[in-house]
Design a protein around this ligand. Structure first.
Ligand code: SF4
Length: 207
């Protein structure tokens, strides 16, 4: 019998071009221990929200998206549910797909982490976009919300330049079968956020 905990999921999007190289699934996990000022996804901070799923169930969602080259984990904080998410990531990698994780932890803190679940997730990731959101340090890279964050390539699957986008920041609007709007990607400027349909409430932005 597996002792792996279930995964608390905030949202899943099977297809995005705004969350790393190529077409990717995006999995937002529920819950984050940090409280960055200006966090883009405040609805995903409490650990009590979202819905619970087994790692096998979540991996099946990702692998069913046959045109996606991999998955990007966001949140919430992926490394706060690292043991369960490592199982998902391992299944995705075994299938030949790639794994990228946004995290609010610094790269050095994760590299030296004693938690075996965090080390397992790190070993199953091809790249990280790491560091807390610092509103006072505007980011210039399309995938870095603040200037302190780093893109860390952990395997040869991606090079640093694969994360560059020719047209700068990308913003996507997805309307689900039930009519819900999901917004993902990055606003070009902080002021753009107030002009979004539904405002902050409907944001599903990467950090
Ligand atoms: S920006 Fe990221 S790390 Fe910071 S509080 Fe929000 S979800 Fe957590």
């Amino acid at each position: 019998m597996s002792t792996t905990p279930t995964l608390r999921v905030a949202e899943f999007l099977p297809r995005s071009r705004a969350n790393g190289p190529g077409v990717r699934c995006v999995l937002w996990v529920q819950g984050c221990p940090q409280r960055c000022e200006g966090c883009f996804n405040p609805a995903f901070l409490p650990f009590a929200g979202g819905s619970e799923h087994s790692p096998a169930e979540v991996a099946a969602w990702i692998l069913a998206a046959t045109d996606a080259e991999g998955v990007t984990f966001s949140g919430g904080e992926p490394f706060a549910q690292a043991a369960a998410l490592a199982e998902v990531a391992q299944a995705v990698r075994v299938a030949g797909r790639s794994v990228i994780a946004f995290t609010g932890y610094e790269w050095a803190a994760l590299r030296d982490a004693a938690d075996p679940g965090q080390q397992a997730l790190l070993a199953a990731c091809d790249a990280l976009i790491a560091g807390p959101y610092r509103r006072e340090l505007p980011g210039s890279h399309p995938l870095l919300a603040s200037g302190n964050q780093e893109i860390i390539c952990l395997t040869p699957r991606y090079r640093r330049e694969d994360f560059d986008t020719p047209h700068g920041r990308r913003r996507e609007y997805h309307i689900g079968a039930d009519g819900t709007l999901t917004v993902t990607g990055f606003p070009r400027a902080q002021s753009d956020r107030s002009a979004e349909p539904g405002g902050e409430r409907n944001d599903r932005e990467t950090r």
